[in-house]
Design a protein around this ligand. Structure first.
Ligand SMILES: [Fe+2]
Length: 178
């Protein structure tokens, strides 16, 4: 069964988003590496690797339906990285936007009764759910250490201004993800 133009275009967009995420996390990893935050660098480079796998899955959804996959450049705007903690809040936004787009494809596939695509999307959904939850927990940890859960910006600033907070957080990342 051929893919509808709508689903095809949405999958191509998803591929571009996943590739863009790969570039995004690579940029965060490179910034972390340069400033000596090795645990964050390892975390972001691992995320970048995961994103390239998601892009391949999406390409395979298209190819498994007998469609020619047209390679599209990533949806990518270089992140403006100014400090340690903001890399994690930016990552949370990135993941939320990615989840929203997977939801969009699922909704379109349901509407068209394209249940094969619905089934294909399930592993992408579960990984997306885990990633969004993980980064949300990480951001909560940063904000609570920063000291003011009702004022995210103040908490982020306080966290960045406290070398011990960054050091402890690097230890946490190292222990959990290395
Ligand atoms: Fe992804």
């Amino acid at each position: 069964m051929a893919l509808s133009t709508t689903i095809y275009n949405l999958l191509e967009d998803q591929y571009k988003i996943e590739l863009g995420n790969q570039y995004f996390y690579t940029a965060l990893g490179a910034w972390s590496k340069y400033y000596g935050y090795d645990a964050a660098a390892h975390y972001f480079y691992s995320e970048a690797h995961g994103e390239s796998k998601h892009a391949k899955w999406v390409r395979k959804f298209v190819e498994d339906r007998g469609e020619q996959f047209s390679f599209a450049p990533p949806t990518y705007t270089a992140p403006n990285i100014t400090d340690y903690a903001s890399m994690f809040t930016m990552s949370m936004e990135q993941e939320k936007n990615t989840t929203a787009h997977v939801n969009l494809i699922y909704g379109a596939a349901l509407q068209e009764k394209d249940y094969i695509i619905c089934k294909c999307l399930k592993p992408l959904f579960s990984i997306q759910y885990e990633e969004e939850k993980e980064i949300t927990d990480i951001v909560s940890k940063i904000i609570s250490r920063g000291g003011n859960p009702n004022d995210t910006n103040a908490a982020i600033s306080a966290f960045n201004a406290d070398p011990a907070a960054i050091h402890d957080f690097e230890c946490f990342l190292n222990k959990k993800y290395n």
